[in-house]
Design a protein around this ligand. Structure first.
Ligand code: HEM
Ligand SMILES: *[C@@H]1O[C@H](CO)[C@@H](O)[C@H](O)[C@H]1NC(C)=O
Ligand SMILES: *[C@@H]1O[C@H](CO)[C@@H](O)[C@H](O)[C@H]1NC(C)=O
Ligand SMILES: CC(=O)N[C@H]1CO[C@H](CO)[C@@H](O)[C@@H]1O
Length: 545
């Protein structure tokens, strides 16, 4: 163990000096962004990054959106690194689409995802990412959503029965965040992996699910350490990384390694059983959980039909499993919690929505196209995603000196008009989803109000003509470009099936307890002082007309 600690210390010192040089160099260069208005840094070391990533993050972003005049705001990264907060549509379009090869995903984000999942969609770059994305795309198509819908309905009926049993005698206070979390996990389990995590009956815990759920909280417990991962990866050979992960004298880092290993082993096991079913033929596939309709099945089948050059190695396929679960779980379940809370607070919208669903379905499961086109259901989902996007921003880094054009000139600090911003290699661009979603310039004076009916008539020209490069109609919630959310149709279908099934059976009302939303970085609801766990009590009653 002593040699291990010594080895680790040497690496740490070497790594730190490398890191310090890379961070301090920003002190020496004059930034081309100095003329762009923005909030002052808190300190040289922190820049604005503490404010941007802490509990006050929404307030801080509002301040940037409301008080600096332009659709682009200058920020300060760690150690004075130049950074921009951007919600200018033309600038976003350049970064996410036109000049996508110049603006890469943040290396820190890639490194931590690599440590958690291995080489999955969230942890690869360039050609490798493109190839994976191409293989995964068909599994997220509308055709495939139609195919999976019955599996979603089955799971949601189990959810309904579970809640029915609890409220059948009298209305009860129910922690809906917990049920939304369990449902989202089961849906991505069945729809994504062909695996059942949770029968939604009793409260037995699944070991795989528990390890998966630990991964993100562990990363936040590590604080700023993951920021040094890219440098560490640059100096530690791949073969030593695993060993190093198991012996680092930081308990949380070892914990991360242990959980990531457990998840990888379990994913491999599920993968192996699917491979066996493939060898046995169609009947064996049909008997699997998810009836062979899951995303991994599609991927494995697609891979078999490719030539060696175009196919993916097994470990890249296995890495997609934990990637998908983590990307799908909290985002969708917390959005659903948010929608249920809004419906509880707006009884009239809830009743109108329920009437629409009951009338359309007449007691039957709705076909995909009808479900996706119910006007009130669609409006409620969109409006909630607009005002409460579960991820508020994403980050990209310029891999070379470049230019970002603006749709509207901004007034520089020196009084001149800026129509495009020259940025240096290494500059971070934060794509401001919150800025896009709530800008009065786009949405009008009522931009900050939750008004589903705004989606029932044509949107203002200021929105449709802005040309926001989002994948999902005028919203940046799922981002845009080559790394946009691949699962947005999955998420939309999931939200709609859950709401359609629940609203036919139950009425939701506020519990009277104050709900707080914590950015972690995906927003989750909580109550009271102990805010470590998602929690959202609502008063639930059986619906009878
Ligand atoms: C309301 C729900 C969801 C929201 C708001 C959301 C949002 C996002 C955003 C903003 C990104 C881009 C992240 C970045 O580059 O920084 C992303 C990526 C991704 N999402 Fe989602 N997501 C949701 C649900 C889902 C679901 C249900 C799945 C899978 C079934 C999924 C799978 C993914 C994957 C795999 C990526 C990485 C794509 C890539 O890098 O190529 N997401 N999501
Ligand atoms: C995917 O297909 C390629 C090309 O045929 C093959 O080399 C590779 O082993 C396959 N991967 C898996 C996991 O089956
Ligand atoms: C993309 O980047 C290049 C190189 O920096 C720059 O000349 C060009 O103007 C950028 N394109 C757009 C659409 O901004
Ligand atoms: C995730 C996020 O920041 N959503 C914000 C969208 O805008 C409204 C109105 O300002 C905020 O309350 C939300 O927090």
């Amino acid at each position: 163990m002593n040699t291990a600690i010594l080895l680790f210390q040497c690496l740490l010192i070497y790594g730190l000096s490398y890191v310090v040089w890379h961070l301090l160099k920003w002190r020496l260069v004059k930034s081309s962004l100095d003329n762009v208005p923005g909030p002052p840094p808190e300190s040289f070391v922190k820049g604005n990054m503490r404010q941007f990533r802490s509990l006050e993050s929404v307030k801080f972003q509002r301040d940037m959106v409301d008080n600096y005049g332009g659709l682009v705001v200058r920020m300060h990264g760690l150690f004075n690194r130049p950074a921009l907060y951007i919600y200018d549509p033309k600038a976003l379009h350049t970064i996410l689409i036109k000049n996508e090869t110049i603006w890469e995903e943040n290396p820190g984000f890639i490194a931590i995802n690599q440590a958690l999942f291995g080489p999955g969609l969230l942890s690869t770059l360039g050609e490798q990412h493109r190839k994976q994305r191409k293989m995964l795309n068909p599994a997220f198509s509308v055709t495939h959503m139609r195919f999976m819908l019955p599996v979603f309905y089955d799971t949601c009926r189990r959810l309904r029965d579970a809640i029915s049993r609890r409220v059948k005698d009298a209305p009860q206070e129910i922690d809906m965040a917990n049920w939304m979390g369990r449902t989202a996990l089961e849906l991505i389990g069945q729809g994504g992996l062909g695996y059942s995590f949770d029968k939604l009956v009793d409260d037995k815990k699944d070991v795989f699910a528990e390890s998966l759920k630990r991964l993100f909280p562990i990363v936040s417990e590590l604080g700023i350490l993951p920021l040094f991962l890219p440098q560490l990866r640059a100096i530690v050979p791949a073969r030593l990384r695993g060993v190093l992960g198991s012996i680092v004298p930081i308990a949380t880092a070892r914990d991360m390694k242990r959980n990531a290993d457990l998840v990888a082993q379990k994913s491999q096991k599920i993968y192996n059983s699917k491979k066996r079913a493939f060898q046995e033929g169609d009947e064996a596939i049909g008997e699997q959980i998810g009836q062979g309709k899951d995303i991994m099945n599609i991927l494995m089948r697609a891979n078999m039909s490719l030539s060696d050059k175009n196919g993916l190695p097994e470990y890249e396929l296995v890495s997609q499993m934990s990637t998908l679960v983590l990307a799908a779980m909290d985002t969708t379940s917390n959005t659903l919690s948010q929608i249920l809370l809004l419906l509880a607070e707006h009884a009239d919208v809830q009743q109108r929505l329920r009437a629409e669903i009951i009338e359309a379905s007449g007691g039957e499961d709705l076909p995909y196209d009808t479900l996706m086109q119910l006007p009130h259901l669609d409006a409620v989902c969109r409006e909630s995603l607009r005002l409460y996007p579960p991820l508020q921003w994403s980050s990209r880094v310029a891999t070379q000196d470049t230019v970002v054009p603006l749709s509207k000139p901004i007034l520089g600090v020196d009084g001149t008009l800026i129509t495009e911003i020259a940025v240096q290699k290494g500059t971070e661009a934060f794509t401001g989803v919150l800025g896009c979603n709530t800008s009065k310039a786009f949405w009008g004076e009522d931009a900050l109000q939750w008004k589903p009916e705004r989606w029932l008539s044509p949107l203002p020209d200021s929105v449709t003509e802005a040309g926001l490069p989002g994948v999902s109609g005028n919203l940046m919630t799922f981002l845009g470009g080559k790394r946009a959310c691949i699962g947005f149709k999955f998420a939309e279908m999931e939200m709609k099936v859950v709401l359609a099934v629940l609203l036919q059976s139950f009425v939701f009302a506020p519990s009277g307890k104050e709900i707080r939303w914590i950015p972690a970085p995906v927003f989750y609801p909580t109550v009271g002082e102990d805010s470590r766990y998602p929690q959202m009590p609502l008063r639930v009653a059986t619906y009878s007309n």
